[in-house]
Design a protein around this ligand. Structure first.
Ligand SMILES: Nc1ncnc2c1ncn2[C@@H]1O[C@H](COP(=O)(O)OP(=O)(O)OP(=O)(O)O)[C@@H](O)[C@H]1O
Ligand SMILES: [Mg+2]
Length: 380
């Protein structure tokens, strides 16, 4: 059956109703990187699964970056093991759904958005999982005015993002799957195993067409909040996104994202802040790992996650300070308050951890005098 708003679109037609708003604060990936996606589609001569915009190879290249034969440079979106991306992409071409798992800030949401943009040209078919997510958010709802006026019928049905993705053969996304109550999560079992969504009120069903698949994300730390039932877990291929392997990788990720965010916010450009970025990343990694980079000093870890994502916010905040209130150069004083905010989540215990780190590690480190002073001032 056809439900309004779910008609399957030909692969070449624009599938998203959302048009890139020129002033959008944060354009969707398919709009922000439309040029790269177009160049990839033009250069891509490998077989594409039905309704995919690109071949699996081109989707992986879109995520990991590369240079096309015509010289077009594809910027890396995800920095991490190639194999992780390859497994994620190929999973989407099978009948199993993809579960991206990892600690906070490991780019699960980011990768999910880019995968949907590259595979389906539409990353907006999204269900945001919360403790209050109702079944209707995953299935469908009703337009009550029509329902009252005309009774139950297709016209009164309001398809949810997953139903639309099924009908159009697109990629649906479910964010924070494990925050959704278990009985609501289980709505996905029929969808993923039978590839159908029954509408008992109408005695009908929506069957998924080829091209449909689903990407869910879940946080390692939330495990136990609403664990996935084993029946649901079996429908997923789980791909764990690791923390950046080396400090260089992490500095690279932070620099690149800060630069992109700074441009989108029209921050006045600040000359090379790599030194400060390196220090933020070092502090975060050492506290996260519970040991200094040289392996000599054991440290207590604070309660916060100190993820790459938080390092990105600290540096972006620092850049804004440097640009608007400083001398235009990113300095220790611009990032100190941000670091303190990220490290000291619990005012009592974390403050002690931070003081100890400051006095035993930062203070003694060559070339970190200005940083030590700035952090002391911020902590006062
Ligand atoms: N390996 C990485 N490669 C590229 N970007 C990364 C990487 N790790 C983190 N980031 C950046 O970190 C930011 C946050 O990532 P994202 O929100 O996707 O994390 P998440 O895993 O969904 O976190 P949460 O569990 O809190 O939802 C993004 O801007 C992303 O670009
Ligand atoms: Mg996320």
């Amino acid at each position: 059956m056809t439900v309004p708003g779910t008609e399957s679109a030909p692969a070449s037609a624009p599938v998203s109703e959302s048009v890139a708003a020129p002033e959008a604060l944060r354009p969707h990936a398919e709009h922000a990187f439309a040029g790269e996606l177009k160049a990839l589609a033009a250069a891509d001569d490998r077989p594409r699964p039905e309704r995919w915009r690109l071949s699996p190879w081109a989707v992986a290249t879109y995520l990991l970056g590369g240079t096309l034969p015509d010289g077009t440079v594809i910027t890396p979106k995800y920095v991490g093991p190639r194999r992780v991306v390859e497994v994620a992409v190929t999973t989407l071409a099978t009948d199993r759904a993809l579960l991206l798992l990892g600690v906070p800030g490991t780019a699960k949401t980011w990768v999910s958005e880019h995968l949907a943009a590259a595979v389906s040209g539409d990353s907006t078919l999204l269900v945001q999982g919360t403790a209050g997510t109702p079944e209707e958010a995953i299935r469908y709802g009703w337009d009550y005015a029509r329902l009252l006026a005309h009774g139950p019928g297709r016209e009164a049905l309001v398809p949810g993002p997953v139903m639309r993705a099924m009908a159009q053969g697109l990629t649906a996304r479910v964010e924070e799957l494990t925050r959704i109550p278990a009985d609501v999560q289980d709505t996905l079992i029929t969808i993923l195993s039978e590839k159908t969504l029954p509408i008992p009120e109408l005695g009908e069903e929506v069957q998924a067409v080829r091209g449909f698949n689903l990407i869910a994300t879940a946080n390692d730390r939330d495990r136990g909040v609403n664990d996935l039932s084993s029946a649901l877990r079996r429908r997923f291929n789980t791909v764990v996104l690791p923390l950046p392997a080396t400090p260089e990788d992490e500095v690279g990720i932070v620099s690149r994202r800060v630069d992109q965010i700074g441009r989108s916010l029209d921050l006045p450009s600040v000359p090379d802040g790599t030194d400060e970025i390196r220090r933020v990343v070092t502090v975060f990694r050492e506290l996260r790992n519970g040991v200094t980079t040289d392996g000599r000093t054991k440290l207590k870890s604070p309660s916060g996650t100190l993820s790459t994502a938080e390092a990105i916010s600290v540096v972006t905040g620092g850049l804004a300070l440097a640009a608007h209130f400083g001398d235009g150069v990113l300095r220790a004083g611009d990032v100190a308050a941000g670091i303190l905010g990220a490290v000291v989540r619990d005012p009592a215990a974390d403050r002690l951890v931070w003081q100890e780190y400051l006095e035993t590690v930062v203070r003694e480190r060559d070339g970190w005098k200005d940083f030590y002073r700035a952090c002391r001032e911020a902590s006062a």
